[in-house]
Design a protein around this ligand. Sequence first.
Ligand SMILES: Cc1cc2nc3c(=O)[nH]c(=O)nc-3n(C[C@H](O)[C@H](O)[C@H](O)COP(=O)(O)OP(=O)(O)OC[C@H]3O[C@@H](n4cnc5c(N)ncnc54)[C@H](O)[C@@H]3O)c2cc1C
Length: 469
Amino acid sequence: MSADTVPDAEPDLDGAPDLDADWGPVTGWGRTAPTAARLIRPRTYEEAAVAVRDCGARGGIARGLGRAYGDAAQNAGGAVLDMTALDRVHAIDVGGGTVLCDAGVSLHRLMEVLLPLGWFVPVTPGTRYVTVGGAIGADIHGKNHHVSGSFARHVLSLELLTADGAVRTVTPGTPLFDATAGGMGLTGVILTATLRLQPVGTALMSVDTERAADLDDLMARLTAGDHRYRYSVAWIDLLARGAAMGRAVLTRGDHAPLDALPAGSRARRQPLAFRTSRLPAAPDFLPGGLLSRTTVGLFNELWYRKAPRAGRGRLQRISTFFHPLDGVPHWNRVYGRGGFVQYQFVVGHGREEALRRIVRRISDRRCPSFLAVLKRFGEADPGWLSFPVPGWTLALDIPAGLPGLGTFLDELDEEVADAGGRVYLAKDSRLRPELLAAMYPRLDDFRALRAELDPRGVFVSDLARRLAL
Ligand SMILES: Cc1cc2nc3c(=O)[nH]c(=O)nc-3n(C[C@H](O)[C@H](O)[C@H](O)COP(=O)(O)OP(=O)(O)OC[C@H]3O[C@@H](n4cnc5c(N)ncnc54)[C@H](O)[C@@H]3O)c2cc1C
């Protein structure tokens, strides 16, 4: 479609440009643990190369839209390369369903460009305000993991700026690809990627909803029915106790075919129009105590009750189905200035007892969490630090100021590790390093590749220092 060129193999560093750079505080989406860094915003591949060459003793790390909850895209006292100015869509193969774009392009932008052409991103997380670089760096998963795997499965190739200043073309099936997919930016800066896309007939979803009375009922429904749907996720009430522990609202669906849209409707006339809605942004001065057990308990009760016991084929916009929170800009401020922790773990099939124990502990602990989801993962992908393994993943938000939270989550980490599970690095801000090797068995391969590729440790982040990645 367009004809921009991909970067040269060796960027020309003569007459190095002035970089757009400034010192400032950087945090993840959870707004905990801000650290100061030199924020550099490269506008060209050459500027990115200069930034990497000159990032100094504290090194540098790439950053996308900062939607990782913890400290993955920050680097205390060093450089942080904000990649969002490199946001061109270079070429779309409309017949074959591939796109070549810069790593700073957001999934939101890709949806705007691709949906009218009948294509959708292969994997989307719960927000579309993530970049392609961030999606590969964390090897993100979506509601379709049980069918489509994680994001990197759909990457045909990528261009990686490495610590020596070279730009390498990296393809699946190579160690460098497996270290980069889920490698949290620590192998280098992704400049471009070519992605395989998902064909769609409309920009609407056909959604089935059902309620599950408790955790066992939920797991049984997910196990029995997920194969019938491309997308599946359950919102789970972690404040419910006793017989209702783990009660949930299960939503599953697929892209609606054209003939599912009512004849004569606006949607039928413009079936591929990408429509979103936006409410006013959350203000920055909300008190931290807004999300108490009482308010969250009330919210959960209403949410559960308002869901149909069994709804079939309801049409929803893509934005409503996948990204309900994107409608409220800066929704992360509702947790107040103290911020919040997102805790996400996975345990394998056969470890349901560990999942039950952890859910019981969370609901006994009365954590005021209204954003909790349970999902069943399918086959893992080869990324060495990629998070998904076949099994059960639970994600929940918890206000960071909750008394005793650190100790409580440390205990959950132990449970997860004992069950052979792992926590998700893109959400993490507090895991202790000694548990990491048990959770990620390819950690030593990752460390060895990094030591060879980047002997001076140019690429580093707060996450990498904390966990000795
Ligand atoms: C509301 C919400 C819902 C979410 N839902 C999900 C979900 O369903 N599934 C899921 O998997 N995740 C989910 N996430 C997490 C999010 O998808 C990931 O953290 C993702 O990596 C964020 O992308 P980003 O562009 O904001 O990257 P950042 O947060 O800025 O960076 C994340 C990591 O990617 C690296 N990185 C970024 N750009 C590059 C680049 N150009 N080259 C190399 N490395 C790079 C960074 O160094 C860092 O390690 C959610 C986050 C939010 C806020």
